[in-house]
Ligand binder design. Structure first.
Ligand SMILES: *Cc1c(COP(=O)(O)O)cnc(C)c1O
Length: 425
């Protein structure tokens, strides 16, 4: 069957579907999937990406992801592979590891985990045995699936105990963490969350872990980019193991990483390969190296600080619109808002916001059963928005949640997005 001429070529050159890569070959060969990718590029460019875990990687990161290193098998570690022809794969991984260690001041880095969850799985595999007790933030307060969800390996294979937050302040209740640690003698304590908008007090967690002889695992999947840019405190001096993703504020490819001291290095490496993973995705490892290189620059430090400043402006704006803001603000890229005072629950709020082109998640609130909304400023900051734009977004949020004129809102959101294309040109 002859390949039909794709219907979308004029869209390729239109500014709202700018593709950061050479797309011509895919468009000619497979217009069906190319159409999907173009539509997704358009969606990302025409709406506001406020999902706290998302960002826009650079064209350089995308170029590494789309490179022939995607073809290479490289089980093992540099200099000790199970496959031939790994010279360039080794070089890419050595560069990624060197840059990660320098960026975060760590003694050892493993850049092979396929995702944040894979990194956490490997950390548990390195330090724990099935049935061990682990103390982590409870899921209703912002714990991740890998922190003991019943449907996740963590909840199935380990005995998780959840700590919470003070219901009034929304802040971690360290007295409770200490009491639970004393009562339950966990083998590991996990700090880090998907929706806590403040920094964990790593030093305090270290103290508690030392008191009960537990390992301290920091799951810094969310703030790792802020840490890289000096806009958040680092868990590296305190935690035995730091797990992270590379695709959230850090703005690299989808993937995970683990940092630790030299004494745990070998255990961590074996827990990643061969215990929980096979061949590393070397194109992703190369893309992680590119992202670490970008994160070392003064421009990235400025970015990280702007992300936090923008989240604070958004939080203040949402408060003025009548939302309740958990912990009364944020120190990170994350804002958690309860739309309850506007007479709307979290799910309805999300539906209305997404319908208006403002894409975000619902999340657990630290009190009661109602859900709130969680938003993040990493992506909109990457695309060049400023504090005035954040203040405007807060007003648009209020209008969308109150269901004022969705058509007009959608147009205004689209104009705001198109003024700040994620991939200009
Ligand atoms: C995002 C996240 C993860 C998991 O990352 P994936 O790449 O989605 O597997 C783990 N822990 C925390 C705290 C996270 O925020």
């Amino acid at each position: 069957m002859p390949v039909t001429t794709p219907a979308a070529p004029e869209a390729v050159s239109s500014p709202d579907t700018a593709m950061p890569q050479d797309f011509g070959a895919l468009l000619r060969q497979d217009p069906e999937i190319a159409g999907v990718l173009l539509a997704e590029a358009g969606r990302q460019a025409n709406t506001l990406q406020l999902i706290a875990a998302e960002n826009f990687t650079s064209p350089a990161v995308l170029a590494a992801l789309g490179s022939p290193l995607a073809n290479k098998y490289a089980e093992g570690y540099p200099g000790a592979r199970h496959h031939g022809g790994c010279e360039q794969a080794d070089e890419a991984e050595r560069i990624a590891v060197r840059r990660a260690m320098a960026l975060f001041g760590a003694e050892h880095a493993n850049v092979q985990p396929h995702s944040g969850s894979s990194a956490v799985l490997a950390a548990y595999a390195a330090l724990l045995r099935p049935g061990d007790t682990v103390l982590a933030m409870g899921l209703p307060y912002g714990g991740h699936l890998t922190h003991g969800a019943p449907g996740n390996f963590s909840g199935r294979w380990f005995e998780f105990v959840g700590y919470g937050v003070d219901p009034d302040s929304g802040l971690i209740d360290y007295a409770q963490v200490r009491a639970l640690a004393r009562a339950r003698s966990p083998k590991a304590i996990v700090c880090g969350s998907i929706s806590y908008p403040r920094h964990p007090d790593y030093e305090r967690f270290r103290d508690i872990a030392d008191e009960v002889g537990a390992y301290l695992i920091a799951d810094a999947a969310h703030p790792m980019g802020l840490i890289a840019g000096g806009a958040a405190p680092s868990p590296v001096p305190y935690a035995d193991v730091v797990c992270a993703t590379t695709h959230k504020v850090l703005r690299g490819p989808r993937g995970g990483m683990i940092l630790c001291g030299v004494e745990l290095a070998e255990r961590i490496d074996r827990a990643v390969f061969p215990f929980t993973q096979g061949g590393a995705q070397m194109h992703t490892v190369a893309a992680k190296a590119v992202a670490f290189g970008e994160a070392e620059t003064p421009a990235f430090a400025l970015y990280a600080h702007q992300v936090v400043a923008h989240a604070r402006v958004l939080a203040a704006g949402l408060e003025a619109e009548g939302f309740d803001i958990t912990t009364d603000g944020t120190d990170t890229h994350i804002v958690v808002a309860d739309p309850g005072p506007l007479g709307v629950d979290g799910r309805t709020a999300r539906e209305r916001l997404v319908a208006a082109g403002m894409v975000l998640d619902t999340c657990a609130l630290p009190y009661g059963d109602a859900r709130g909304i969680r938003l993040g400023t990493a992506a909109v900051t990457t695309q060049g928005m400023d504090e005035a734009d954040m203040a405007r977004i807060a007003v648009l949020f209020g209008a969308a949640v109150r269901d004022d004129d969705p058509e007009r809102l959608r147009t205004e959101v689209r104009e705001l997005a198109e003024r700040n294309p994620p991939y200009p040109g």
